[in-house]
Design a protein around this ligand. Structure first.
Ligand code: ADP
Ligand code: GN1
Ligand code: MG
Length: 364
């Protein structure tokens, strides 16, 4: 079996017993490997890197290797457990950190046992924990030297650039779907003026450029299966220079939704401000005094922008014929777009309350 051949090229402990699909990501393909070493079970995560999305997979793996080594040292210095609190790459037998064959590029991480990833924030405590984890992540990387990091996806959260790509998709209308989504297109056009707001703040150096995660959705933090406390921030593919507003905002986008990202029944979808408060409380405690007062005052904008951008990306992909995100049925990207736009509209109405909450918990 092909996957077995690939897995055997990594330095795994014991004999491979089973490999099966795992997880819920939209980009890479994830498998769980189970090995048996004289009755002791060792588990690993095998991932096929999506090289359409990440053509510079060498740069990407280099980023992950340097960031995880840095985090390991930090966690040890804080008396934490570096085998559970950061991802650990398993090297290939030839010493590289990935294996490439004619079919693609693969990597392996140690499986972090007794943890779960949630698709939806089940309660406020869990989401406060996720807030702490992502805030602490930004803080831990505050001293990381970003000069060696490559920008794996150029302009990843440059909303103005995303808007331009959206306009191109509408103009080209490759999948001949534009006429059926005029309302959604108008939703975007009405908000075109805000698209360059964060980019401009960064360019002016009004807010700092940092090393950020850039994909802080709730299922990218592993939590303890027993206590629900946060254990490890995962999915490090998009670590690169970015804004704290991206990390805060993307987590709010995914975690403050009362429904799933692809919930077709919009009556179940909405922005939950009490979850916003819990996340903000956790994030502020994790990030401490690393956040600037201006960043704090822009958190509501970051949340609206990241949600708007993601909805616009789903709509762009729908217009382009579903070439980027994995879909499970033809309208999947459009359904995802609707949930994001519903969240945007809700947040626009609650922006001032969101600002009050940020000020209430900030340490600056
Ligand atoms: P994607 O980029 O496709 O979202 P992720 O790296 O987030 O891929 O992995 C997909 C899922 O696999 C996660 O949501 C999580 O449930 C699980 N997972 C990933 N890495 C680990 C790990 N080291 N230990 C345990 N579970 C993991
Ligand atoms: C993708 O890889 P995953 O599923 O965690 C995407 C994010 C989107 C998210 C929407 C590299 O994240 O930017 O916000 O889907 N990742 C990439 O669910 O494009
Ligand atoms: Mg993920």
């Amino acid at each position: 079996m092909e996957l077995q051949n690939i897995a055997e090229k990594f330095d795994l402990q014991g004999k491979i017993k089973n490999i099966e699909p795992y997880g819920n990501g939209h980009i890479n393909t994830t498998y769980l490997i189970e090995c048996d070493d004289n009755g002791k079970i060792y588990r690993y995560v095998l991932q096929k890197i999506n090289t359409n999305v990440f053509p510079d997979y060498k740069g990407l793996m280099n980023n992950i290797q340097s960031v995880t080594s840095f985090l390991r040292e930090k966690i040890i210095a804080n008396n934490g457990n570096p085998d559970r609190e950061t991802l650990n790459l398993v090297p290939a037998i030839d010493g590289k950190c990935y294996v490439q064959n004619q079919d693609g590029v693969y990597r392996v991480y140690k499986f972090i046992e007794d943890t779960i990833a949630l698709q939806i924030a089940e309660n406020n405590e869990v989401f406060e924990g996720a807030g702490f984890a992502f805030g602490n992540f930004v803080k831990m990387l505050n001293e990381f030297d970003a000069s060696g990091l490559c920008e794996v996806i150029k302009n990843f959260h440059n909303t103005a650039d995303r808007f331009q790509k959206f306009i191109n998709a509408v103009d080209k209308d490759i999948a001949k779907r534009a006429d059926s989504v005029r309302e959604e297109i108008d939703f975007v056009l009405k908000r075109s003026a805000m698209c360059d707001s964060i980019v401009t703040l960064i360019e002016n150096k009004t807010i700092p450029l940092r090393v950020t995660h850039n994909d802080t959705k709730l299922n990218n933090v592993l939590i303890s299966a027993e206590s629900c406390k946060p254990i490890c921030v995962i999915d490090l593919d998009t670590i690169m220079p970015g804004s704290l507003l991206y990390d805060f905002g993307d987590a709010i986008r995914s975690g403050c939704n009362t429904g799933l990202e692809d919930e077709p029944d919009l009556t179940k979808v909405g922005f939950d401000i009490s979850l916003y408060e819990s996340f903000t409380k956790g994030f502020m405690s994790g990030v401490g005094s690393c956040i600037t007062a201006l960043e704090r005052d822009m958190l509501s904008l970051g949340s609206i922008m990241m949600t708007f951008e993601c909805g616009m990306r789903f709509l762009t992909d729908y217009l382009e014929g579903d070439v980027y995100f994995k879909i499970h049925y033809p309208e999947h990207n459009l359904v995802r777009c609707h949930t994001q736009f519903k969240m945007v509209a809700d947040m626009e109405n609650l922006r001032y309350k969101m600002d009050d909450i940020a000020r209430k918990y900030s340490k600056v």
